[in-house]
Design a protein around this ligand. Structure first.
Ligand SMILES: Cc1cc2nc3c(=O)[nH]c(=O)nc-3n(C[C@H](O)[C@H](O)[C@H](O)COP(=O)(O)OP(=O)(O)OC[C@H]3O[C@@H](n4cnc5c(N)ncnc54)[C@H](O)[C@@H]3O)c2cc1C
Length: 417
């Protein structure tokens, strides 16, 4: 699958942070992690911190999957509003899911500290705007629901929003709990940490199949070498849809550009902003004074069509941001596109699946995939070290509605990719 197009910003800015070999020998370890993006990196970091030996196998270069294209806004709010999620699962469960995502931001922050660098991590206010007057009643109700759940946020009307933040809207909610990060740097730093503690990281190595027994797995690679482990963790991002039930995730295309550095006097604390619209518009500041704008999602699954649309979509994003914030004239520096996946209820799928013995899945789909990556690392590490995590049920495969379609893999020999 072609996950990105155009010129993703992070690898360009950060360059070749670390170099990893391709697999050149058989290996034995406690846990083999498939995927060297932000999810696999945080997973390997958490397992290493828990004293488990880890081998990471990545088909591309480390960090060059969706992670390279991510706008990496860290939010507690998920694609499904708290009110909608409450209708579906009940208020306590919905609030628990939102709180779990809030904790995910702290977990990302903790990971940046553990690996010894800021990795562009920054806490900033998050602003959720009502573009039209007809959106305000619903969003005010949502704001109140979140306040009842204990989140620190307040509603600003159109004039207050304009005066305080310079954003043109019909009003919106401002939350103090949000952040942003450089996901490519964090991925590399986390995997360097793992490697410095005897973990092994191989890129340009594709997992082609695995066999599971009662005691462990034997994972085969396209390089002809095998890894024997007690457990396998799939942190394979949107490509997991090649071998798990395809209705778990709906794939789309998303577009983004980053501006040349701008003067952010009024916004020196940084911001995350997004609109309640379909397709939506969102933007964040970077640690080097740029504004990163994304959105204009569409249903393209064909990378050629996605990339052909990129320049036009980036132009639309620029015009829309210009209307939203006339004070900040942005000059686009780089633009890119990426495959993006959503689940029906906005929640990630994390943990074991009944049909895949000795496997765990870390599928942080959705607009806040990276906070899900951090939650996945915590939940799966708990499972593999014999502990129950209080949030594990929220993201389990067999939550309702449960997958119903047959799996598209051979059961005996699980074929990947
Ligand atoms: C344009 C865009 C904007 C986004 N904005 C945000 C945002 O603001 N906030 C947010 O939280 N999230 C955002 N996301 C989502 C977020 O980027 C993803 O959730 C996250 O990057 C997924 O990380 P990952 O490690 O799971 O996947 P990836 O980075 O794709 O890593 C998975 C890796 O697995 C490897 N792999 C797959 N199959 C195999 C195999 N068989 N063998 C070996 N390796 C394999 C792939 O090569 C890949 O590198 C955005 C995504 C896009 C595209």
């Amino acid at each position: 699958m072609d996950l990105t197009g155009g010129t993703p910003f992070w690898p360009l800015r950060d360059g070749l942070i670390s170099v990893y070999p391709a697999a050149d020998r058989d290996e034995t370890c406690d846990v083999v992690v498939v995927g060297g993006g932000i999810t696999g990196a945080l997973m390997a970091l958490a397992l290493t911190q828990a004293g488990r030996s880890v081998v990471v196998l990545e088909r591309r270069e480390v960090g060059w999957g969706s992670t390279s294209a991510s706008t990496a806004m860290l939010q507690y709010e998920i694609d499904t509003t708290l009110l909608e999620l409450s209708d579906r699962y009940g208020r306590p469960t919905a609030e628990q899911a939102y709180r779990s995502c809030g904790r995910g931001i702290d977990l990302v922050h903790a990971a940046t500290r553990a690996v010894g660098g800021r990795c562009g991590f920054r806490r900033s206010p998050s602003i959720y705007l009502a573009p039209r007057p007809s959106d305000t009643a619903m969003l005010i109700a949502e704001c109140e629901a979140r306040q009842r759940a204990g989140f620190d946020l307040r509603w600003l009307d159109a004039e207050q929003m304009q005066q305080t933040w310079g954003f043109e809207s019909s009003g919106g909610m401002v939350s103090s709990l949000a952040g942003s990060v450089d996901p490519f740097r964090l991925t590399h730093r986390a995997l360097s940490y793992v490697r410095a503690r005897s973990g092994r990281v191989y890129d340009r190595t594709t997992v082609v199949s695995y066999d599971a027994t009662a005691k462990g797995v034997c994972v085969r690679t396209d390089r002809g070498f095998a890894v024997r482990a007690k457990w396998i963790v799939f942190a394979t991002g949107y490509e997991t849809s090649e071998f798990v039930p395809d209705h778990v995730v709906t794939l789309k295309s998303s577009y983004a550009f980053v501006s040349e550095p701008v003067t952010l006097d009024r916004w020196r604390r940084g911001f995350l902003v997004w609109e309640h619209a379909d397709p939506y518009l969102y933007a964040r500041t970077t640690d080097d004074g740029r504004v990163l704008v994304g959105g204009e999602d569409d249903g393209f699954r064909d990378p050629k069509r996605r990339d052909a649309a990129l320049h036009r979509k980036a132009g639309v994003l620029r015009r829309k941001f210009g209307k939203l914030c006339p004070e900040l004239a942005l000059e686009p520096a780089f633009e890119w596109s990426g495959t993006f996946g959503e689940t029906e209820d906005g929640l990630a799928y994390l943990g074991a699946h009944a049909d895949y013995p000795r496997a765990q899945f870390a599928l942080g789909f959705g607009g806040n995939g990276i906070t899900y990556s951090a939650i996945a690392a915590e939940i799966i590490t708990a499972a593999l070290t014999g502990r129950r995590h209080p949030d594990a049920r929220l993201f389990a495969f067999d939550r309702t509605p449960a997958p119903t379609r047959p799996l598209s893999v051979e059961k005996e020999k699980n074929v990947v990719g």
